[in-house]
Design a protein around this ligand. Structure first.
Ligand code: CDP
Ligand code: CDP
Length: 223
């Protein structure tokens, strides 16, 4: 059996379903570039808020997005998006950004502005000699990399996810973001056909990662 020389792992799921935590561990374990696309949407949201561009003002939004130059630098194994050479600040995890990000992310122009940049992370991973990448978000296995070697969809009961975010000390509009993310017309949050669906409500993070690792390792080991 031919082993894939460069692997793409896609992880999607709702807020606080465990995407970032599991992605980081998989990145370490399998020498992958970790790409948190939620941080990209958060970064453009912070930038648009800073420039006072409302999600309803499409002409201004188009101009602002077209003028943004995206580049990448590595932060450990993670890809960090720079806008006009600047990294995101702590405000991308703020309550304000939590409250606005799904409104901007629902706009097709905002999604299209990031599509090529996200797919281009494969070049970043190759340049830095990673074995592949693990990309997490809402539409990675459905839209960005529908042919990914491994596609996982994480879900967990809303009450459990709210508890997890609270334990991190954050205030988050999880239910509202889920509602907006699943109901938007363009690239809604959904478990794509053929993805491995994992309900982590009663699983520890280690158990989730173990399930994923077994699936990945099986395909990477010669039969
Ligand atoms: O970490 P958490 O799951 O709370 O959110 P995130 O992954 O940082 O994503 C923040 C928001 O960005 C989501 O609620 C979506 O509105 C948007 N997003 C998206 O639309 N598509 C992606 N691939 C990733 C994030
Ligand atoms: O990236 P996403 O918003 O999907 O979730 P996260 O930031 O990776 O996870 C939210 C919190 O839930 C973290 O503190 C994890 O350690 C914790 N957690 C988890 O991710 N998976 C479990 N099965 C149990 C707890």
């Amino acid at each position: 059996m031919a082993l894939p020389s460069f692997i793409i792992v896609a992880i999607d799921g709702g807020a606080a379903s465990g995407k970032s935590s599991s992605s980081r561990i998989l990145a370490d374990r399998f020498n992958l570039l970790h790409v948190d696309t939620g941080s990209f949407y958060r970064h453009i949201t912070a930038e648009l808020l800073r420039r006072d561009v409302a999600p309803t003002d499409l002409p201004a939004l188009r101009v602002a997005l077209a003028a943004m130059q995206f580049s990448t630098r590595l932060c450990g194994r993670s890809a960090q998006m720079l806008i006009d050479g600047q990294p995101a600040g702590d405000e991308i995890r703020s309550q304000r950004v939590n409250a606005h990000v799904s409104h901007y992310a629902a706009i097709p122009e905002a999604r299209h502005a990031l599509t090529g940049y996200q797919r281009g992370q494969t070049d970043v991973a190759r340049q830095h000699r990673f074995r592949g990448l693990v990309m997490e978000g809402r539409d990675i296995g459905s839209v960005i990399f529908p042919d990914a070697d491994f596609r996982f969809f994480l879900h967990a009961a809303p009450a459990e996810r709210i508890k997890r975010r609270a334990a991190e000390g954050g205030q988050d509009s999880i239910a509202e973001r889920d509602r907006l993310d699943t109901s938007r017309k363009t690239s809604p949050l959904t478990c794509p056909a053929g993805a491995v669906d994992i309900d982590s409500t009663h699983l520890t993070l280690a158990q989730v990662v173990e399930k994923m690792s077994v699936i990945i390792a099986t395909k990477l080991t010669p039969a």
